[in-house]
Design a binder for this molecule. Structure first.
Ligand SMILES: Cc1cc2nc3c(=O)[nH]c(=O)nc-3n(C[C@H](O)[C@H](O)[C@H](O)COP(=O)(O)O)c2cc1C
Length: 274
């Protein structure tokens, strides 16, 4: 072998060894970091749930967030079609977004029903009850997962409502890919504040919430059901409007909220069931 050929072989061997070592390192890091990433993602989601339910969670430590969840936030898995709670799944590990991809426990939405552009809807999902600080178990807010397409991305978030099952406590998104400064203003605290106290349903129990392009007109008779659209981001705003209408309707939490209203109207039945 000429010295030229030898040097090429040596270079190739060195390159191969370096890439092998690097790939082992990258693969190893990915495996080691995955549980940490999952833990942080869960913590972010829990903080987001707390904030939307009116508890400022961003400054709380991971242990404080965990403790608050153990004491005051009760997760339940519900069947969206019947509105009943199911014990088939563990609410702590159940992942509705994974279920939405499983053809056996999700449903493809026909175009005209799919106003939130989510394509498939899971049969089961997790809802969260914020309970009173005194430990009485009294409901303070119900926190529902919502999602739908904006302009560029699916927005994933939560809607918190009061025990009257009609008034907004908070709305917020923990993940989206809308443009910062335009659709990304869904995260602006000033815009999120506009949602607080809005009424979600009309007198017949139908979803009735509207994001208004150009702003809610002064003196609007329906101001209680209306929120200003984001300036320069009408399409994201419309997406938020559509996703709320979807999740509050028959394909979303309609049957669940109806079941809760029935339970609340007949507390003696509720006691018997328990
Ligand atoms: C680079 C770029 C990014 C944009 N991002 C968004 C966005 O995230 N959400 C949105 O609704 N509109 C976005 N728009 C604007 C839309 O194309 C559209 O003009 C706007 O939604 C209409 O809102 P308006 O009627 O309030 O002007 C973007 C436009 C450009 C050029």
């Amino acid at each position: 072998m000429s010295s030229n050929q030898e040097s090429i072989v040596r270079t190739l061997v060195v390159a191969l060894v370096v890439s092998l070592v690097a790939s082992i390192f990258v693969a190893g890091s990915a495996v080691t970091l995955k549980p940490i990433q999952q833990k942080n993602a869960l913590l972010d989601k829990q903080r987001s749930i707390l904030a939307i339910a009116g508890i400022e969670g961003s400054r709380l430590s991971a242990d404080e967030v965990r403790a608050l969840f153990e004491r005051r936030i009760k997760a339940e898995v519900i069947d969206l079609a019947t509105g009943e709670t199911t014990r088939e799944y563990d609410p702590l590990t159940f992942d509705p977004l994974k279920v939405a991809k499983d053809q056996n426990i999700s449903r493809a939405l026909p175009g005209k029903e799919d106003i939130a552009f989510i394509k498939r809807r899971e049969q089961y999902t997790t809802v969260y009850r914020l309970e009173a600080i005194d430990g009485s178990g009294e409901l303070e807010a119900l926190i529902l997962p919502v999602r739908g397409y904006g302009l560029w991305s699916t927005l994933y978030g939560f809607l918190a409502i009061k025990p009257d099952l009609n008034t907004v406590v908070g709305l917020g998104f923990y993940q989206h890919g809308e443009t910062p400064g335009l659709g990304g203003e869904v995260d602006n605290p000033a815009w999120k504040k506009l949602w607080q106290g809005k009424t979600l349903f009309d007198a017949n129990g139908r979803p009735d919430i509207e994001v208004v392009k150009g702003g809610v007109p002064p003196g609007s008779q329906k101001a209680g059901h209306q929120v200003d659209a984001l300036a320069g981001a009408t399409l994201t705003s419309k997406g938020v409007n559509n996703l709320l209408t979807f999740w509050l309707g028959e394909q979303g939490f309609g049957p669940y909220l109806e079941r809760l209203r029935r339970d609340m109207a007949t507390p003696e039945n509720q006691e018997e069931e328990e």
